[in-house]
Ligand binder design. Structure first.
Ligand code: GDP
Length: 175
C-alpha cells in the first residue's frame, strides 16, 4: 500500500454570501457558527480514504465584488472545484454557470473535476432555483451535484467534499 500522504487542493467558488465559508467550516469542524468574516484563506483537514491519508486543502475564495472572477493562480493551484450557489438566489446560480464556462475554457482546468452545490436547502420557502435546474446544469457539464444545508447538517457537506476527492483520485488514476 502507498503510505504517502496525498494532497488534494479544492477551490471553492461562487458568488458572495452563498455559504462558501459556512460549508468549509462545517466540513472542518462539524459546526455551523452563523456569521463569518471575509477572510480569504486555505484550510486543511487530513482524511483516510481507502486506507490512504489524504490531506484536503480548501481555498475558500472571496470573489471580489460582483466580478465573480478568479485568478490563474487559483486555477493552477486547484485539483478540483466546488461551485456554490444559494437556492434562494437566482443570480448566484447564474454566477456558477459563468464560472463553469470560464473553467471549461481554460486550458489547464477544462477537464478538472467540479462539484456543483446548491446551498441553503433549509430555506425551501424562499427557493428560486429548482433542484431539476441544478441537476440539468451538472449533467450537461459533467459535474457532480448536491443540494445541502450548511446550517442544518454535516453529512451532506461531507458527501460534497468526499465526492470531489473521489473524482480527483479518478482523474489522477487516468493520467
Ligand atoms: P460566503 O460569502 O459564500 O463565504 O458565505 P458565508 O459562509 O459567509 O455565509 C453567508 C450567510 O449565509 C451567513 O449569514 C450564513 O450564516 C448564511 N448561511 C450559510 N449557509 C447557510 C445555510 O445552509 N442555510 C442558511 N439558512 N443560511 C446559511
Amino acid at each position: 500500500a502507498n503510505q504517502q500522504r496525498v494532497e488534494t487542493n479544492i477551490l471553492l467558488l461562487g458568488a458572495h454570501s452563498v455559504g462558501k465559508t459556512a460549508l468549509t467550516v462545517r466540513f472542518l469542524t462539524r459546526r455551523f457558527i452563523g456569521e463569518y468574516g471575509d477572510i480569504e484563506s486555505i484550510y486543511s483537514r487530513v482524511d483516510r480514504v481507502d486506507g490512504q491519508e489524504i490531506c484536503i486543502n480548501i481555498w475558500d475564495s472571496q470573489a471580489g465584488g460582483k466580478s465573480c472572477s478568479f485568478s490563474d493562480k487559483q486555477l493552477q493551484w486547484a485539483d478540483g472545484m466546488v461551485l456554490v450557489y444559494d437556492i434562494c438566489d437566482r443570480a448566484s446560480f447564474e454566477v456558477v454557470r459563468q464560472q463553469l464556462q470560464l473553467i471549461r475554457r481554460s486550458r489547464k482546468m477544462s477537464m478538472a473535476p467540479v462539484v456543483i452545490v446548491g446551498n441553503k436547502r433549509d430555506l425551501q420557502h424562499r427557493r428560486s432555483v429548482s433542484g431539476e435546474e441544478g441537476h440539468l446544469l451538472a449533467m450537461t457539464e459533467r459535474c457532480g451535484f448536491f443540494e445541502v444545508s450548511a446550517a442544518e447538517t454535516y453529512h451532506g457537506v461531507l458527501l460534497v467534499f468526499h465526492r470531489l476527492v473521489d473524482l480527483v483520485r479518478e482523474t489522477r488514476a487516468l493520467r
